[in-house]
Design a protein around this ligand. Structure first.
Ligand code: AKG
Length: 281
């Protein structure tokens, strides 16, 4: 990574690196994820909705809370009828697969652990990156929901803050099909919320650390052709729109934390940091 790119990441809290992954690699991951989705969609006891648009997330909290060390399918809110049936083929109704694809699936493992990624992590100053969470996001045509403004540190809290998002465009991401938007320099704003697991482990709660909302102005679209890597500082506010287009917007998101930090025990995703591997395996 060039010095100017590292400086831009530090200044803006995000960086868009076009052409980071070969298009053929993206296509192979896409085909693999689509096959995996067909299988995992049938492993749900019933469709479990995941929404990040501010409405209640889903009825089946356990399915979500136990997915940190598993591979599970989550459905789009608008894909499941009141009687539990789906409006389309299972894979077309998925919001995402998560959250340990990088450890449990050899194809995702290989995509997530490359020398190029290890070098990027080094360039941005990560000393001991550990891959904690992975999500394959479908954002299906006309059905993919919005993701509300958030900072990743809210959900993957370390002391001190260390999470970095590595987001890959598997399809071209455009304003029409719901690309991400981020606030340049927004990582300087102290993170406003912390999600934490309740003591009985049954659900999560959101602690408000600062009642003022994030600005709504100034966000820039992170349009990203297939193969683009977007780096996101854990404090940078970002969001994505619903997919109003005719093309799906597949993406793969990996979240890495520093192995030397304190990963708090009441984060929703409970995995011992000693078990997590880095970009070099
Ligand atoms: O892919 C998206 O639309 C949102 C992803 C995201 O917010 C994240 O990876 O933190």
């Amino acid at each position: 990574m060039a010095t100017e790119e590292v400086a831009a990441f530090r200044r803006d809290g995000f960086l868009v690196l076009e052409g980071f992954v070969d298009s053929g690699e993206c296509e192979r991951l896409r085909e693999h994820a689509s096959r995996l989705a067909e299988r995992l969609a049938f492993e749900c006891p019933r469709p479990v909705v995941f929404s990040a648009d501010g409405t209640p997330r889903h009825a089946d909290e356990r399915w979500f809370l136990d997915s940190g060390a598993a591979m599970r399918a989550f459905h789009e809110k608008d894909a499941v009828r009141a009687d539990g049936t789906l409006v389309d083929a299972p894979h077309a109704c998925l919001n995402k697969l998560g959250h340990a694809l990088h450890d449990l699936d050899p194809t995702f493992d290989a995509f997530s652990r490359t020398e190029d990624l290890a070098r990027v992590a080094e360039a941005i100053g990560m000393r001991d990156p550990r891959l904690l969470q992975s999500m394959y996001i479908f954002k299906g045509a006309r059905i993919g929901g919005e993701v509300q403004c958030h900072a990743d540190h809210t959900y993957l809290w370390t002391e001190p803050r260390s999470v970095v998002g590595f987001w890959f465009a598997i399809d071209d991401a455009t304003v029409e099909n719901g690309c991400m938007w981020a606030l340049p320099g927004g990582h300087a704003i102290p993170v406003k919320e912390r999600s934490r697991l309740l003591a009985d482990g049954s659900s999560t709660t959101m602690d408000r650390l600062d009642a003022t909302p994030y600005p709504t102005e100034g966000f820039v679209p992170l349009e990203a052709p297939r193969g683009t890597l977007v780096l996101l500082d854990g404090a940078v506010p970002h969001r994505s729109g619903a997919n109003h287009g005719d093309a799906p917007r597949h993406a793969y998101a990996l979240h890495a934390i520093e192995g030397w930090t304190d990963y708090l025990a009441d984060n929703w995703l409970r995995r011992p940091v000693e078990d997590l591997r880095g970009f070099r395996g």
